[in-house]
Design a protein. Structure first.
Length: 435
């Protein structure tokens, strides 16, 4: 049993015993009360699931096992001379609750490289799709094609003690995470350049290799990928992609079925596809105004025109956050350090100043602040990645870390099938009449 697997097993067994004790002593106690507006409005903020890898505070933003993003930037291992944390370190933290050593991270990088070979039939499947198939559709299909490799599915079919479910789930998760950069890079190179991925380097980290296989060898772009794949990895369990992973996994579907479904949720415009919508909106503004250096008054008027047309300003507002997204701020810091004179980045910063002022003045918006999607596209465009409809695939590769760690914990803790109770409109009407 490898070091991470052994540590995860020990931690999860302790947590499992704690949960059993909580259920035994406090199982009948109420945690929350559901309002009608929550019942109809997408279960907003209803406390209804366990998710320990990260938590989201409306004011402070995301914390991974208690650590915020600035803390992770300082504490997680980096490449020599680098400023950005390695995603391997975040995965270790989410799996164990402990900040890894540099040796732990080097081992995990090498282990993922060892597991990274993608079966040829997966590439063949992608080659046989129509050329104009959306990259997220390709990504979901490729993940589902990998299901043939599932260790969990084979072990379950053979007959397995439920206390051992976590073991093959761990193996599947490690295998899938290892393969995703090659799959995502193939989709990028095949779709836009009609060629194959650039060769990976066994001495390079997971995110750095992903950047290289995409065709980039710029030191700053590699640093951006390390930051990007870290900050997009998890956002507590209630968001659509994480909840989908948890829900499908609760049926004892393996990680490939679960993650493919998770990516179908991420592909929605109200979730991960928003990063594509933001940069598209910015370039439409640039085209309409005839300049990539618009004045603040021009930007303000364009925002008002967007709102007057019945549309939203993409990248602004969040279901939970009531402050600027710390992930936005992390990307802003990267831009300040590396590309502060880029005109599109300048527009993003002007929007950060103007949009909250405009939305706040309407008095109807609970959160007028930017979310993670408001900045990411400008960074990618600067380094030459202008294939906007690919951006959500990058998001998906990162999100695999958090949701896979979550699914490993679900199986280790023995969490049951998720089955909330639905009601009819008639039932609700009758209930309210009798109040």
């Amino acid at each position: 049993m490898d070091l991470l697997k052994e540590k995860f097993y020990q931690k999860s067994q302790t947590a499992k015993a704690q949960i059993r004790e909580i259920l035994k002593d406090h199982g009948s106690k109420k945690v929350d009360e559901v309002k009608v507006e929550q019942l109809i409005g997408g279960m907003r903020s209803v406390k209804s699931m366990l998710w320990d890898t990260s938590s989201l505070d409306p004011e402070e933003g995301i914390r991974f096992r208690g650590y915020n993003i600035p803390q992770l930037r300082e504490l997680l291992p980096r490449v020599p001379g680098g400023k950005e944390p390695l995603p391997e370190g975040l995965f270790w933290l989410m799996m164990t609750g402990e900040i890894p050593t540099e040796e732990n991270v080097r081992w995990l990088s090498a282990e993922w490289f060892r597991r990274s070979e993608v079966p040829s039939y997966v590439y063949d499947t992608l080659r046989n799709l129509p050329k104009d198939t959306h990259p997220m559709t390709q990504f979901s299909i490729a993940i589902l094609a990998l299901q043939n490799e599932s260790i969990f599915a084979k072990k379950y079919e053979e007959g397995m003690n439920k206390n051992d479910y976590w073991d093959p789930m761990y193996e599947d998760s490690m295998n899938m995470i290892a393969k995703l950069p090659k799959i995502a890079a193939f989709i990028f190179r095949h779709t836009y350049f009609q060629d194959d991925i650039h060769a990976p380097d066994p001495a390079t980290d997971w995110a750095g290799n992903f950047a290289k296989m995409l065709g980039y060898d710029n030191r700053d772009f590699l640093a951006l990928m390390r930051l990007y794949l870290t900050i997009h990895a998890d956002h507590e369990g209630g968001n659509a992609s994480a909840h989908t992973m948890h829900l499908i996994g609760s049926t004892l579907s393996d990680v490939y079925y679960s993650f493919s479904g998770s990516m179908n949720a991420l592909a929605g415009p109200l979730h991960g596809l928003a990063n594509q919508e933001v940069i598209k909106w910015i370039f439409e503004m640039v085209e309409k105004l005839g300049t990539n250096k618009p004045s603040k008054d021009q930007i303000r008027q364009y925002i008002l025109d967007t709102l007057d047309s019945g549309k939203v300003v993409p990248g602004y507002g969040h279901a939970v956050l009531r402050q600027p997204d710390p992930r936005f701020m992390a990307q802003m810091r990267f831009a300040q350090d590396n590309i502060k004179d880029d005109p599109i980045v300048q527009i993003v910063w002007d929007l950060f100043e103007i949009v909250p002022e405009v939305l706040g003045g309407l008095g109807k918006v609970k959160n007028p602040w930017p979310n993670v999607d408001a900045h990411s596209g400008s960074l990618l465009v600067h380094y030459g990645m202008n294939q906007y409809n690919y951006y959500t695939v990058l998001f998906g590769v990162s999100r695999a870390l958090g949701v896979s760690a979550g699914l490993c914990w679900d199986r280790a803790l023995g969490l049951p099938l998720e089955r909330p109770k639905s009601i009819t409109t008639e039932w609700l009407s009758d209930f309210l009449k009798n109040q």
